[in-house]
Design a protein around this ligand. Sequence first.
Ligand code: 5GP
Length: 176
Amino acid sequence: MSSQLHTFITTEEVQTKVQELAIQISKDYNQTQLHLVGVLKGSFIFLADLARALKIPCSIYFVHASSYGDRQTSSGIVKIQHSLNMSNKHVLIIEDILDTGLTLSSIIKEFDKQQPASLKVCAFLNKPERRQADIEADYTGFTIPNEFVVGYGLDYGELYRNLPYIARLENAEESS
Ligand code: 5GP
């Protein structure tokens, strides 16, 4: 059986939400220099759109985190790769989706050691039903039910990241 994409959040809704988040973040940080840290690979498109919509000075970094292979189940083991020093900086971690929360809690633990001036999280999507770590984002785009989604940076087997919208992927197991 071939996999099927079903639009879940349209391109227009995605872009409207990014603008809303950028307005709120720009207001909250009020000209403070912000250090955006994108979690690779999924956040790269969201971060690119959000950064261009922000009205405050910001620098951009990435960390690589992997808890998923190319399938839908999390291994529960999160590997973080970075060589950043965030001490005394205002850091905003940018995530594609907050699911179990294991990735973010590992990254936060890592950055907390460096004593940043502030550390917050902006997740484009939030799937609270699957949460395992006690963590919430400070800024959230959309809260969604427990469904596997692709697009706007999110992949299935490295495909679909380039879709400008979010879609549900049906029969994903058979598609790889
Ligand atoms: P965590 O479970 O640690 O919160 O999320 C880890 C990563 O799993 C996310 O950054 C994202 O890359 C991936 N992930 C979680 N839920 C989904 C989903 O519905 N679709 C896709 N494509 N990736 C997901």
